[in-house]
Design a protein. Structure first.
Length: 200
């Protein structure tokens, strides 16, 4: 991984970095996108958080969401140097339907998407998975485990979310750097195998 998040040398890219990839971190409301990018970014992440008001409760379903007071109104942005040669630019994109215009812009030039999924709210992921597929972006599923959530097997998740056999499924805690990095690495490996396959 790159330099320590927040350190002065983390702000500038290492001269050896040859490849930059734009990756989307997506998922339904309150699944942990902002937390994930905050955990992974080696630069201070750009956030567009606003306080949620009672009026918004009509729009964003707060069922099963505890202690959340803010929501992302446009995007999250962060950067992670994954190896000496590869840097990822992470764009967190809200999953709610009213952000479709944001998706138009965000998907441009993106190589793939990490879709965060809450195993207790699987149905809420359908629309986001559909959108990612609509834009033709390859993706990996990262099951973001909240406290006390049931563990579901990969087969169960694959069937419930109607995933292809090749779509990677990983588990992470968006607050934890190691497991979140593993999720990104799984996505990047998947993208690399697809590229290698298309070249043969
Ligand atoms: N236990 C647990 N809590 C998490 C995890 N990821 C996020 N949270 C908490 O869940 C809440 C929502 O996280 P956010 O990162 O704001 O989610 P989001 O997807 O950016 O939300 P929106 O932008 O509003 O759609 C916060 O209170 C986080 O602290 C996780 O992996 N485990
Ligand atoms: Mg957010």
């Amino acid at each position: 991984m790159g330099s320590t998040p927040g350190s002065a040398d983390a702000v500038y890219l290492d001269g050896g970095v040859k490849t930059a990839a734009k990756i989307l971190v997506v998922g339904h409301f309150a699944v942990g996108k902002t937390t994930f990018i905050g955990t992974m970014s080696e630069i201070p992440p750009l956030r567009t958080e606003e306080r949620m008001t009672q009026a918004g409760a009509q729009v964003d379903d707060l069922m099963g969401v505890r202690g959340k007071t803010t929501t992302t109104v446009a995007m999250d942005f962060g950067r992670i140097t994954l190896s000496e040669k590869l840097v990822l630019y992470l764009f967190g994109t809200p999953g709610q339907e009213r952000f479709v215009q944001v998706w138009e812009d965000m998907t441009k030039g993106a190589l793939g998407a990490l879709i965060l999924v809450d195993p207790e709210r699987l149905k809420e992921s359908f629309a986001v998975i559909d959108l990612v597929e609509q834009y033709g972006l390859p993706y990996a599923i990262s099951v973001n485990h909240f406290d006390d959530t049931a563990i579901r097997s990969d087969d169960e998740l694959r069937e419930a979310l109607d995933l292809l056999p090749e779509t990677p499924i990983v588990t992470c805690d968006a607050r934890d750097q190691k497991s979140s990095a593993d999720a990104l690495i799984a996505l990047v490996r998947y993208l690399q195998t697809r590229t290698a396959r298309s070249m043969t």
